[in-house]
Design a protein around this ligand. Sequence first.
Ligand SMILES: *Cc1c(COP(=O)(O)O)cnc(C)c1O
Length: 583
Amino acid sequence: MKPTKHPLETIEDVDEFYERLDRKNLTQSLSEERPYTYWTIELYDKANGIRGGGGLGVLAADTRRVAEQMNVPLTLITPFYPSEQHQECEVKNENGNFKFENKTRSEKVDYEKFGYTFIDTVNIKCNNEIASLDVIEKQLGSTKILCITEPNFGELYSGDSGGDHRLYQEVALGFGGYQALKLMGLKPAIMQLNEVATFFAALARLDELASNGMDFYEAVVYTRKHTLYTNHTLVQAAEASFHYDQFERYVFPNLKSPAVKKWLSDKFDNGTIRLSTVTIEIAELRSGVSKLHARVANYHELSGKKVKFKAVTNGIDIPTWTEPEVITYLKDQGIIDKFYLPTEDYEEKINSISAKDIRKLKLQGRKELNKVLEHRKDQYGNNIEIPEDALLFEFKRRFVDYKRPWLPFSDPEKLKEILETYNAHYVLAGRVHEGDVRMSEKLKNLLKLIDEDEVLRRRVHYLPDYDEELGRALSLGSNIAINTPIVGLEACGTSWMKDIINLGILVSTHDGGVADCPADSYLNIAGQTEFEEVQNLYAKMSEAAKAWNEDFNLEYIIKTELKNFLPVISGTRMLKDYLNYLF
Ligand SMILES: *Cc1c(COP(=O)(O)O)cnc(C)c1O
């Protein structure tokens, strides 16, 4: 498959952006040699050769893209995985005998094909051996992707989350990545840790300072002041832990300072450690990824004190995820500026949007979706095309329990009625994590339900191997997006942002970043019980479908969404929030 390419331009004259930040010391603190460093175990940026697993990696890629456009010196440090997973799912029905296969296929990835330059190798100590890691680099405007890799590095999230191989990958990113930075002559102005799998990068810095003559406590204070821990998880207890003997084999041998080793050893509780515990200790700056998430994430320092997270709601890189004609339209109407930020009077300007324009732009989006669908297959291995005169509902996100992909299928008769009444199709896209037997079974049951019904078979399509290309295409070409996380479990989510910016109607529970705005900003699925939620979901699906036939309601819903969510969605706003928080 060809990597998707989205044109990315550095915006000319970004001075005004920096002026608006009102941080004079920012330009002094950040430079090419002293970049903002962003550490992540996952990057979802197939144009640059790396395919992530979900939202965490998409966020990392968008953060870098926005930084590139705003001319911010940012170095993103991440592993380059020499192979990646693809989902193959096929359904067969032979004489009433339903067969379902859900397989994972590995594909080799070669970094040279994606324009990376080999720099040198660095060594780390693992399990009584020296592991030699290649350092590769790709410069993209003011930003850089700096990777460590080796042929046996494995795939993203391979093995158990508390297993040796995962620890090896995390140690390699932290200690190897930190050496790679030094090799490039770079000193981090700030270290942003995108979740705790990147903890070892901050540990490597602490160790360097403490073993180079700085007083240990000063080294701790210094490291803490310059480290931001960005949390995406809600419950500390849900995290896997590592054993002391694993640290003896993979972590301690890489530490030079006895004081750091002692400090780390003391953090074990009953012979085990959770990385969040030590990440909190090493990072004074902590952020959560939506207002709700920052408020409810339940984490504690070792002292017992509850951790306060600064809310920096995720945003998306608007030019990557938006139909180009929609961007031109939003700019022409004076709704967004050249930085992809809402203009000063965007709310007033949004009033000028007309149903006619929405329909015209959506039709363009539908055409682009159908172009992508030409080389994708449904669960039967067939190409599909969504007719231009049909409405399209979509559910596109990782196939995990809390997102409840099956919710709209709770009452198949009701779903059928909606699809038939409004001449609608329903696309379902989302990969099941390898080894998730339960979700694989749920997917099978769903596909069986669809297979056994003539209407559903005609109108509901499952698209395997969900990726960026499909995510983008569905946002462009669908009319109504369904987002059904169990309230309280979604940290932010960004798929729904792609739907709103492409002038779609969002039907969602009030959770994650959606809850940054009031529940009447979109079509909210309310309910105290799942039964009530399902009833309300169908009501909102009907309301949304109906609105696409009534100009006034369509305009009202789209305008309300944009007025509320545009500032949230803007990735530039997110970057601005981070810069304001950090410098
Ligand atoms: C946007 C996107 C995501 C983000 O998913 P959420 O569930 O909304 O966090 C994940 N995967 C892909 C391929 C995407 O394009």
